[in-house]
Ligand binder design. Sequence first.
Ligand SMILES: NC(=O)c1ccc[n+]([C@@H]2O[C@H](COP(=O)([O-])OP(=O)(O)OC[C@H]3O[C@@H](n4cnc5c(N)ncnc54)[C@H](O)[C@@H]3O)[C@@H](O)[C@H]2O)c1
Ligand SMILES: N[C@H](CO)Cc1c[nH]c[nH+]1
Ligand SMILES: [Zn+2]
Length: 438
Amino acid sequence: MLTIPSIAVQQWQGLGQSAQQQLLQRPLAEQDSALKQQVQTICEAVKTGGDKALLGYTQSFDCATLTELAVAPEQIASAEQAVSADVRAAIDAAYANIYAFHQRQQPRDIVVETQQGVTCEQRFAALDAVGLYVPGGSAVLPSTALMLGIPAQLAGCRRVVLVSPPSASGELPAALLYAAKRCGISEIYRCGGAQAIAALAYGTESIASVDKIFGPGNRYVTQAKQYIANSVAGCSIDMPAGPSELMVIADSRANPRYIAADLLSQAEHGADSQVLLLTPSLALADAVVSELRQQVGSLSRADIAAQALANSRIILVNAIQQAIEISQRYAPEHLSLQLEDAEQWLPQLTRAGSIFVGDYTPESGGDYATGTNHVLPTNGYAKSFSSLGLTDFYRRYTVQTVTADGLRQLAPTITTLANLEGLDAHARAVSIRVEERS
Ligand SMILES: NC(=O)c1ccc[n+]([C@@H]2O[C@H](COP(=O)([O-])OP(=O)(O)OC[C@H]3O[C@@H](n4cnc5c(N)ncnc54)[C@H](O)[C@@H]3O)[C@@H](O)[C@H]2O)c1
Ligand SMILES: N[C@H](CO)Cc1c[nH]c[nH+]1
Ligand SMILES: [Zn+2]
């Protein structure tokens, strides 16, 4: 029997500071110390135990008994035949749109002569070795392989490693292997969770370490990424991309059936997903609640979606402007604007992972095939982290070249500032050159 939680419509106006805070609270406490401890134990075990620890955790958490982590090249090669023509065509079509959008994001080097004889450059270099995490705990996500693999392919990273948790029979789905193959990925390992992140960061006998780890995941994966980013010198991460979130802002003319379907599309990701509707219309809010109750039962993942609905919020605002302010405060992963003249609000909406404009732009469009990237910051990190894009697969660095005359001109500025800071050797590195030439 499906238990659908009661979904209350709550009025924002008149709530005190702490009640407002409570209403916008994410389902998971940010500083869960038990989770941190567990993830640290897993990461350290993989660091010291290598493949043996990795295989052990794959047995415990994924129920897969493996002796070999790598996917055989023949299996990757035959994935194309193993998927249906429909699936192949859909992956190819999504690939084309994502490729087209990301190709245009190519960064460009710049050269600036800041003063005569002083040239500064900003250059971009593709990252050398990248690790891509494709979640696979509760749903198979070949779309995530495209979202991560296409920018890695476009950047031209030398080594691209994909990891994903196997099924209990020890396999990765053919559709995932086909998507990876389309992105030119040939190094694929069957492991997931915190242990896979640790393997990518520290390296094991089978998996050489990488320079940066990309990809979304559940709380164990996200916590492990944060752990290794703070503890493994030289290995960085893309962003904290955890449980899915959707905020919809809608006016009285919006369609409650569309809105409920959108909210459920993110609720079905996991019990810890969070979906919110902000509207000034009580009639719309009530209609969405009734649609949610009606639609949820027909989903194959009704149980998960119903659990996530317990974290959902339907908030009555006094005007759309108030909804915009709440959205800026919450910083959702996905923001859907089902509003008349939705574009007019965009300049004010600077804190969302990805924005879906108008009644005919469902969030799931961006999950698969509009061309934007679906790897996005969650848990309020859209305030400071960017959505995944091509430039994340590059390092940006600078180069400067100063001529003898240029240095003579610049010398007083450098030596004065060096003396101000009491750093004599800094000043001397300049004066020794200038004096030698005069
Ligand atoms: N923000 C984004 O861009 C984005 C994109 C896609 C998916 N997602 C999110 O990614 C998540 C995917 O989660 P998932 O669980 O399906 O797959 P997952 O691959 O992230 O996690 C599965 C792994 O979790 C580990 N695990 C499970 N239970 C554990 C336990 N009790 N102790 C230790 N480890 C354990 C296991 O190792 C398992 O292999 C969802 O929350 C989804 O919303 C986010
Ligand atoms: N909505 C997820 C990001 O939060 C991405 C995804 C993959 N497949 C379906 N959806
Ligand atoms: Zn989704």
